[in-house]
Design a protein around this ligand. Structure first.
Ligand code: SF4
Length: 181
């Protein structure tokens, strides 16, 4: 399985849970939406640290922030959780599905649904749609259920993983008084 990892703290629950279910999990950090570059580096390092704790691999997407900014520019003035975020999920999961197909993975899942600030039905719908036609099975999960988010906070603390206080892009960085993880 390829596991789309939005950030290491959010993966601390899904990754071991999927491994326990019997999946051979490889992480994929998209990261193109992250601003600034130093923040991307910190998050990428945290993903690699978690992969090594899991005894597994993690792939890092190419860091091309100007490409992401161009693709989302029509929605630059949208509030968080609006149309820009829906497009951002689509871009992330499209890339993950393409990497999965090229890499010979059988299925794809995401850590995004652990966030109490994101819509799991939307995310699972986008994931399933992006997998369709590529021969990849979408594994639908809602990780925040049953206290999943709280557990991820606790685990990332125990592992000493870097935990950000904004979702990731330049827009959320500016408004990082409001947490969206
Ligand atoms: S706030 Fe988060 S989900 Fe929304 S566009 Fe920015 S990085 Fe993507």
């Amino acid at each position: 399985m390829l596991l789309h990892v939005c950030c290491a703290p959010d993966a601390t629950v899904p990754w071991p849970a999927l491994a326990e279910e019997g999946y051979d999990v490889c992480g994929f950090f998209y990261g193109r939406n992250i601003h600034p570059e130093a923040e991307w580096r910190r998050r990428a390092e945290a993903v690699e640290t978690l992969a090594s704790v899991m005894g597994a691999r993690a792939l890092l997407g190419d860091y091309e922030p100007s490409r992401w900014l161009g693709e989302t520019s029509a929605f630059k003035d949208e509030p968080e959780r609006g149309r820009r975020c829906a497009l951002c999920f689509r871009l992330q999961l499209r890339e993950a599905a393409e990497i999965a197909a090229r890499g010979g993975f059988e299925c794809l899942c995401t850590t995004l649904t652990i966030s109490p600030h994101k819509d799991p039905a939307l995310i699972n719908g986008v994931g399933a749609k992006e997998c369709r036609g590529l021969g990849i099975e979408w594994i639908s999960r809602v990780w925040r259920k049953g206290g999943g988010f709280r557990l991820s906070v606790q685990r990332s603390r125990e592992l000493g993983l870097y935990r950000q206080n904004y979702c990731g892009c330049a827009y959320s960085f500016r408004g990082s008084g409001e947490k969206c993880q």
